[in-house]
Design a protein around this ligand. Structure first.
Ligand SMILES: [Zn+2]
Length: 171
């Protein structure tokens, strides 16, 4: 894993991005997702949803969704997307998404509850994610994988130049 290191300062590294496909009928839309420990549910970026011309539904009663700092995430909790396919390598599931204003650098957040549900093995050093759980074998992986242990998926890392400038501006 690539790291930025300045002596006597906290160590920073790039975040892991999952390159996924959102499948709606015959349409396949590539997207970059971040596993966000602060998110309580899956959220797609409003602009990306608009540009991708995905139909949204409006809640009768909006809810408030907070980030890790317990601040409301703007415009989340009003609109949502009915179940659409989320494809990561050979792993496919149906997921309902919140829609809202999140950072521009990714198209969506996957929450930690998503990780607990599918419970993949993640090798953080090699950036490899492997699906192995009983749940995934029963629900998400193709049938021919039923008796195989794992399906590997390479995670991406953010470009470190961006992080270097982000770190620089904090000083
Ligand atoms: Zn799964």
């Amino acid at each position: 894993m690539k790291r930025l290191r300045t002596q006597d300062l906290p160590e920073h590294g790039s975040r892991f991005i999952i390159q996924a496909i959102i499948r709606i009928g015959r349409r396949e839309l590539g997207c970059q997702l971040l596993i966000d420990c602060g998110a309580t549910g899956p959220i797609l970026r409003e602009e990306w949803v608009r540009e991708s011309e995905i139909l949204v539904k409006k809640r009768q009663k909006p809810i408030e969704v907070q980030n890790a700092s317990q601040q409301p995430i703007p415009r989340v909790g009003v609109h949502y997307i009915q179940p659409v396919g989320l494809v990561i390598g050979k792993h496919t599931e149906q997921l309902v998404w919140e829609v809202g204003q999140i950072e521009d650098s990714v198209d969506g957040y996957l929450p930690v509850t998503w990780l607990s549900k599918h419970n993949p093995n993640i090798d953080w050093e090699k950036c490899i994610l492997q699906w192995h759980s009983k749940y995934c074998r029963e629900h998400c992986l193709p049938k021919e994988y039923e008796f195989e242990l794992v399906d590997s998926y390479q995670l991406q890392q953010e470009v470190l130049e961006d992080l270097a400038s982000a770190v620089a501006t904090v000083t």
